[in-house]
Design a protein around this ligand. Sequence first.
Ligand SMILES: NC(=O)c1ccc[n+]([C@@H]2O[C@H](COP(=O)([O-])OP(=O)(O)OC[C@H]3O[C@@H](n4cnc5c(N)ncnc54)[C@H](O)[C@@H]3O)[C@@H](O)[C@H]2O)c1
Length: 256
Amino acid sequence: MNLSGKVALITGAAQGLGKAFSESLVSRGAKVCLTDIKVHEGQITTEALKKNFGNDAAFFMKCDVTSEKEFANVFQAIKSRYGRLDILVNNAGIVDEKNWRKLIEINLLSVMQGTQLGIETMSKEHGGNGGVIINISSAAGLTPVFNTPAYCASKFGVVGYTRSLADNLIHLRNGLRFCCLCPAFTDTDIIKFSENSTVSTKEIGDKIIKSVGINKVSTVADGFMELVTDENNNGAVMTVTARDGIQYKYLPKSKL
Ligand SMILES: NC(=O)c1ccc[n+]([C@@H]2O[C@H](COP(=O)([O-])OP(=O)(O)OC[C@H]3O[C@@H](n4cnc5c(N)ncnc54)[C@H](O)[C@@H]3O)[C@@H](O)[C@H]2O)c1
């Protein structure tokens, strides 16, 4: 995919991976709508992009992905502003085993909500131009992690949901691709295990990190850009680990 003139929506883009994905896309000529519940951080991130790449390169909207209304408003705003949407990245996520219902709502149900809105906006069947939907899962979406079962459940769900959509030929015919990105531990705030973490989540998490290492954000962003630009990868599930770098867990049938 040539990114010049393409338009992207990224959830949870104020910081961390979403911020890095936004920077990578804008620096390659795409326009990006950054959304997050963290308004101040989101605005600072977006202003920096506008300063470097021009006023029209990016805009920020407050969006709690658990609010269907706020989420739908973002798609409307993008249509009014840029007239198209080509890349949707369902990235917002949390680790909070104590509040596992909230975790499932953000990490899984809102990814499904965003994907549905993306299909309605981007599918050629509905007057869109097609494009790619990238759902951010995790290495914990492919392997059990005993101290974060709810997080695992949410991320396994994202992989199953995304791969199922990729297998639907109707979407393929309407110009849509679906991919999953599954990074292992990466150097962002989410692995600082906030006050919402149980003691065991934090202690064990820190131990696992010591043994497996931490991805650089830039390596995950490189993998992300490969998923965005390779138009022949519908159904791909990419892993990124400190030890093995960028690899594919599942490849589209066309590449096997
Ligand atoms: N960093 C890692 O080790 C790692 C590994 C695998 C997967 N991931 C996934 O990558 C994604 C991005 O995480 P990150 O590492 O950048 O962490 P992060 O905590 O830096 O960023 C997550 C962002 O999501 C936002 N967010 C949280 N709840 C939201 C809501 N209800 N609505 C909108 N935005 C919300 C936060 O405000 C934050 O800006 C997450 O889905 C996470 O599960 C991260």
